[in-house]
Design a protein around this ligand. Structure first.
Ligand SMILES: CC(=O)N[C@H](C=O)[C@@H](O)[C@H](O)[C@H](O)COP(=O)(O)O
Length: 234
């Protein structure tokens, strides 16, 4: 019997003011293995993470087996018919909920999608989980909340062609979401403790950090890039 999550209605409440660590490995990464992801999740828990964001059925299963922390589950599916890739179908969303994700992340961008967003949200709710709508603009956030999402996340800012293309967090989007009175999660390119605290101060319900904590291959690239051409010529 895997460790159990709390009741679905309290999952978001448990995360208020906390850090959620996204434990994902890029395709081709030597860390892309459910056992390794489950160890990263335990390391995040030991460090004080209140929740985990986990991609793929195998990883959700492996992580659910070792921790009772709330899981935000998602799939990333490359399809020929749509650019929507974070949990594009109800079947995937319901499967994630059944595997123990108390919150399911759905792509809520305005790109053409295989299934209507309100239908997907209803399916997740019927499966007993809550919905985090991954958006890239304020407009998408408003639409997602109208469609029944429980909270929105800034996850996809910079990943749609029409959203702000930034190298750091989208602070302006956080301010817009706050001004609109929407419940929101700060996620995407939050790469330091100071930035995480700043996001919470801007009204985020919780903060998700991924690459800076759990992608050492990516972080190594940041350092290696900074050193290129920086050697003292003397
Ligand atoms: C755009 C996209 O596919 N984002 C994914 C969503 O789950 C993950 O690859 C990110 O790591 C996550 O959003 C956290 O962001 P960052 O790694 O920047 O802290």
């Amino acid at each position: 019997m895997p460790p159990s999550d709390t009741s679905p209605s309290s999952t978001l409440e448990r995360l208020r003011g906390g850090l959620v660590v996204s434990c994902q490995a890029n395709p081709g990464s030597p860390l892309r293995d459910p056992y390794i992801i489950s160890r990263l999740a335990l390391a995040a828990e030991a460090g004080g993470a209140r929740g985990l964001r986990i991609q793929g059925f195998g990883d959700v299963q492996a992580v659910r087996a070792v921790t009772a922390l709330p899981i935000i589950g998602l799939t990333k599916t490359d399809r020929d018919d749509t650019d929507v890739y974070i949990t594009p179908t109800s079947a995937e969303a319901v499967n994630l909920a059944e595997l123990g994700a108390g919150i399911v992340a759905l792509d809520a961008t305005r790109r053409p999608r295989p299934e209507p967003l309100p239908d997907m949200i209803a399916a997740v709710h019927r499966a007993g989980a809550q919905v985090m709508a991954d958006i890239s603009t304020l407009d998408e956030a408003l639409t997602a909340m109208e469609a029944g999402a429980d909270i929105v996340g800034t996850t996809l800012s910079g990943y749609t062609p029409y959203s702000r293309q930034l190298t750091g967090p989208d602070w302006a989007l956080l301010a817009e979401l706050r001004a609109a009175g929407l419940p929101f999660v700060a996620e995407g390119r939050i790469n330091s403790p100071a930035e995480a605290a700043q996001a919470l101060g801007l009204g985020a319900h919780f903060v998700v950090v991924g690459s800076a904590i759990t992608r050492p291959d990516v972080v190594t690239g940041w350092f290696a890039q900074a050193l290129r051409g920086a050697a003292d010529p003397a």
